[in-house]
Design a protein. Structure first.
Length: 767
């Protein structure tokens, strides 16, 4: 060390920067050692003392100490000009040698001297332009300079997201910020369940539970407000949300939707005030999605004008019933109606479960489902009925009833249509659940993105550490999910509006929309929260930052209110029905036009110039995005219909044909829903008047579209709709959009306006 820096060291000092770099990773490889030793022996401008001294510094047996390495670095740093733009270690080495003993290097040999040093750098695989920052105090880069900006009015975007419900949303957020709603430890399951019940009582006292019921029964007849309450509460404890939804949604709305005036008058006020806690008992151990197959029976006795509710065996017990284990006093029970030995299909009945003291009534057997992955503040239970007798008036008889003569009657002649009409009245749950799930996504993204903006890690040599949100891969992990969350927000607003203003003719389409959005959004939530957890590293694994609660509590969203895979098949079947109806209503002329249009579309969009078009203007063109989504939607629907028909024509049973094509049907449902989401997002962007907000939403919409095209690139490549050069360009554009949106990411999650007491994550709340 002393020899290298002494006045007698000659030109050896020129190799000090390179020597420091090869030892800086604490390991000198055999290749590096041989390359360095060969160089020392080869160059003419080192004398024998230089060679011996350098060889001594290249010994595996005596590597430089940490203190010695630091002395080398400081010595180099002291002897170079901080403001000089060095391109290599060689240029630093030349400066060091000239500053130490300039006469040792004849002027005519300086070029060779520097070239020799450059050759050594190259042979060692050192990128000198980067390595020089080991010896500088500052290292400015594009990555380090990038940061959060407020390029738009955040409160204005919040108002846009909230829409006409903003006063109610603010009111609920203020309530949730009260210390009364401080989170409790979910480990004590009894205390947790009691706290959740108390929270629901507070909400009921405020009138939020009954808000969707008619004014005559304590409500305001405002279903939009009910959905808003459910979504806003979902920024807080999700057990509270589900308990709220079971009581005021499933239990109360089943009475409102399936019952008649006598039921409304008798029950709704007490349900809305939580004076009468209840359950929604549909799912059985052996039957979940297949509601038509449930085995609980309701046998009518004309002599006594009663129904006998009975569970024929253990696997026919009502299972996973919210409010059943502790608090429910009555339940809407779905059972097969039996009259004189004849099965008339599924109907709904109000069945008492407990007396005023909370003890189960005669014939009612209840078990606690116990601890679950999440939502442990909800008391799920199993219910079995042993010949439980209820009066005739307890049948919810809007769509089916037993007349005075003991005969079955219904205003809907078709058993299938009656069954699906009955379930269709409960489609609101499939709107409330994805809105709740999306609120959880917003919470997770707010935590992860804020943390990514604050958390610094690594950085360029000689420079400061960089916020992890500046790293391109970190952006790739979170920002497309942020774009998708915004897209789903506007699509859910559209589906809610369609449901609230529905007509009878639209119900099948709206049911399919609700089922598809429920599946798409809850799967998105599951994926988003997992990515957010990982993006927060160990901090995301700490319960104090709430990722575990968000992940565990929303996991079941993918299977309740209908298993997502089954629901997407429902969507596909709805699309196939519309497809079939479209052709049944066509005459020869319209069929010819349809085929001509499809042929024209295919020829236009598969034009080689379009298939390979990588122009930025084209890639960011909303018409291109929508055309690509529509092409996929129509093509997979067309091919699914033809495939099923071909299999049936070849003699396959229709049930088997549908089973063979099941994965194809899932794609049909997904493609339809993605097109709806893009279309609604794009339309909302186009209606945005504020130019700054419109600019950032346009980028989000572009990112959503291109990210989905990238996700499905295999399909587009198979179809010849895009060439490899175009999918590569799309990937590059996704990266660029993530980079551009990064500076807006924190303001975009701030626009969700989630109260800090609801987030309750230290890593997301500025100190």
């Amino acid at each position: 060390m002393q020899n290298i820096l002494s006045d007698q060291s000659g030109n050896a000092i020129a190799l000090l920067p390179t020597l420091y770099v090869v030892w800086s990773d604490a390991v000198l490889s055999s290749r590096e050692l041989k390359t360095f030793q060969d160089f020392i022996r080869r160059v003419s401008w080192l004398d024998e003392n230089d060679r011996q001294m350098l060889q001594a510094k290249l010994s595996y047996n005596a590597p430089p100490t940490r203190e010695e390495m630091e002395q080398w670095r400081l010595a180099i740093k002291k002897n170079i000009n901080e403001d000089t733009e060095y391109n290599s270690l060689a240029s630093i080495g030349v400066d060091l040698a000239q500053n130490r003993s300039p006469k040792d290097i004849p002027e005519n040999d300086q070029i060779k001297f520097k070239n020799d040093l450059l050759t050594l750098e190259e042979d060692l695989g050192i990128i000198g332009k980067s390595a020089i920052y080991l010896f500088k105090s500052k290292h400015p880069t594009v990555t380090t300079a990038y940061s959060t900006e407020e390029a738009f009015d955040i409160p204005k975007l919040t108002s846009m997201l909230d829409g006409n419900q903003q006063p109610l949303i603010k009111e609920i957020k203020k309530l949730l910020s009260d210390p009364t709603f401080a989170y409790v430890d979910p480990a004590d399951i009894t205390a947790y369940r009691n706290q959740v019940l108390d929270w629901c009582k507070i909400l009921a006292d405020k009138g939020y539970g009954a808000v969707g019921y008619p004014k005559a029964y304590g409500g305001s007849g405002d279903m939009e407000a009910y959905f808003t309450v459910m979504e806003t509460l979902s920024y807080h404890d999700l057990s509270m949300v589900i308990k709220f939804g079971v009581q005021f949604g499933l239990w109360g709305m089943s009475i409102l939707s399936l019952g008649t005036e006598k039921h409304h008058q008798k029950y709704l006020k007490d349900v809305g005030s939580l004076k009468l806690p209840g359950c929604f008992a549909m799912t059985e151990t052996n039957h979940g999605s297949n509601v038509k197959g449930i085995e609980t029976t309701a046998t009518y006795d004309q002599n006594h004008r009663t129904f006998t509710i009975h569970t024929p065996h253990l696997d026919a017990r009502k299972e996973y019933i919210g409010n059943a284990a502790l608090h429910g006093r009555m339940a809407t029970v779905f059972a097969k109606l039996i009259i004189n030995g004849q099965d008339h299909g599924v109907s709904a009945f109000i069945v008492p479960l407990r007396d005023e003291s909370g003890s189960p009534l005669t014939g009612i057997h209840i078990e606690d489902c116990g601890r679950k992955m999440g939502l442990n503040g909800v008391d799920n239970g199993l219910i079995a009925f042993d010949q439980v007798v209820i009066p005739q008036e307890n049948m919810l008889d809007r769509f089916s009833r037993v007349n005075e003569n003991g005969e079955f009657e219904s205003p809907i002649a078709s058993d299938n249509k009656r069954f699906f009409t009955m379930l269709g009245t409960l489609v609101g749950g499939r709107i409330g659940i994805p809105r709740s799930a999306l609120a959880a996504s917003k919470s997770g993204l707010t935590i992860a993105i804020r943390y990514g903006d604050q958390r610094r890690q690594f950085g360029p040599e000689g420079g400061t550490e960089v916020p992890i949100l500046n790293y391109r891969m970190h952006q790739r992990r979170l920002i497309p999910l942020l774009a998708k969350t915004y897209a789903c927000h506007f699509a859910l607003q559209y589906v809610t509006e369609r449901f609230l203003n529905r007509t009878e003719e639209e119900m099948l389409e709206i049911e399919a929309l609700a089922a598809g959005m429920k599946s798409y959004v809850t799967w998105h939530t599951t994926a988003t929260l997992q990515e957010c957890r990982e993006a927060c590293g160990g901090k995301g694994y700490l319960s104090e930052n709430r990722m575990d609660a968000l992940k565990n509590d929303t996991d079941v969203y993918t299977t309740f209110e209908g298993d997502n895979t089954v629901l997407f098949q429902l969507v596909a079947k709805s699309r196939l029905s519309a497809y079939k109806e479209q052709f049944e209503n066509m005459n020869l002329f319209t069929i010819i036009n349809y085929v001509a249009l499809r042929t024209k579309t295919s020829l236009t969009e598969k034009n080689p110039l379009i298939v390979r078009n990588v122009d930025e203007k084209h890639l960011l063109d909303p018409d291109f995005h929508l055309s690509a989504f529509e092409y996929r939607e129509n093509d997979v629907l067309d091919s699914a219909a033809k495939r099923i028909k071909r299999l049936i024509d070849e003699g396959m049973d229709p049930f088997d044909a549908m089973n063979v094509c099941q994965h194809h049907l899932i794609t049909v449902g997904e493609a339809y829903i993605e097109r709806i989401i893009l279309q609604r997002f794009s339309e909302r962007v186009n209606r945005t008047e504020d130019k700054d907000i419109r600019k950032v939403l346009t980028k989000l919409c572009n990112l959503f579209a291109l990210y989905q095209l990238e996700t499905h690139k295999g399909w587009y490549l198979e179809q010849g709709y895009m060439d490899g050069v175009k999918t590569k360009a799309i990937r590059k554009m996704v990266n660029q959009l993530c980079w551009e949106i990064r500076k807006d990411a924190v303001p975009l999650v701030d626009a969700f306006d989630i109260p800090d007491p609801c987030l309750a994550a230290p890593i997301a709340i500025p100190s």
